[in-house]
Design a binder for this molecule. Structure first.
Ligand code: COA
Length: 153
C-alpha cells in the first residue's frame, strides 16, 4: 500500500461528503457537525481515501462523529490509521477522553472500534428513532439505539 497522508481540512475546503455519507445517511446532521468540528482527510497520492470528523463536546472530551474509508480501500488498515491519528490529535489538544457512537446494527463497526481500543460505556436508547427520518437497516437489524464507546487518552 502506498503512503497514507492525513491532514486537517481548512475551513475554505469542501468536506468530502461522498465519504461522510458512507457513515451517516443524514446530510443535515453531517452539515451540523462539519460546521462545529474539524475534518481530517487521508490521501494516497492525491486521492482522498478516508476522512473523519471530530467535535469538542465537553471541556476535556472530544467525540469522533464520523469516520469513513472509500469502499475500494476498506480492510487495508486505513480506518485504524485514522483512529490513531484522531487519538494523537486529541492528546495534543489536551483532551482526556475520546468518545464515539455507533448503531446497535453496526456489527462490523462495533468490532472495529473495540479492536482500536474503545470500550462500551452505555446505550443511548432510541437515538436513531429520535434523530433520523430515514429507517436504517443493517445486517438485517433495525438501527434504533446508539452504542456509546469511549477511550481514556
Ligand atoms: N469484517 C470484519 N473485520 C474487518 C473487516 C470486515 N469486513 N475489514 C476489516 N476488518 C478488521 C481488520 O481486520 C482490522 O482488524 P485487525 O486490527 O485485527 O487486523 C480492523 O477491522 C481495522 O481494519 P481497517 O482496515 O483499519 O478498517 P477500514 O479501513 O475498513 O475502516 C471503517 C473501518 C468502519 C471506517 C470502514 O469500513 C468504513 O468506512 N465503513 C463505512 C462507513 C462506516 O460504517 N463508518 C463508521 C460509522 S459508525
Amino acid at each position: 500500500m502506498d503512503d497514507v497522508v492525513v491532514r486537517k481540512l481548512s475551513s475554505d475546503e469542501e468536506a468530502p461528503y461522498e465519504l461522510l455519507l458512507l457513515a451517516d445517511p443524514s446530510m443535515d446532521i453531517i452539515n451540523d457537525y462539519v460546521y462545529k468540528g474539524e475534518c481530517y482527510v487521508a490521501y494516497i497520492n492525491k486521492n482522498i481515501v478516508g476522512a473523519y470528523v471530530i467535535v469538542k463536546t465537553r471541556l476535556l472530551t472530544l467525540e469522533l462523529v464520523n469516520i469513513a474509508v472509500n469502499e475500494a480501500y476498506q480492510g487495508k488498515g486505513i480506518g485504524k490509521r485514522l483512529i490513531f491519528n484522531a487519538i494523537d490529535m486529541a492528546r495534543r489538544q489536551g483532551a482526556k477522553v475520546l468518545e464515539v457512537g455507533t448503531g446497535n446494527s453496526s456489527i462490523y463497526q462495533l468490532a472495529f472500534y473495540q479492536k482500536c481500543g474503545f470500550r462500551i460505556v452505555g446505550i443511548d436508547r432510541n437515538f436513531f428513532k429520535k434523530h433520523y427520518k430515514e429507517i436504517i437497516i443493517e445486517n438485517g437489524i433495525k438501527c434504533i439505539d446508539m452504542i456509546r464507546l469511549s477511550m481514556d487518552l
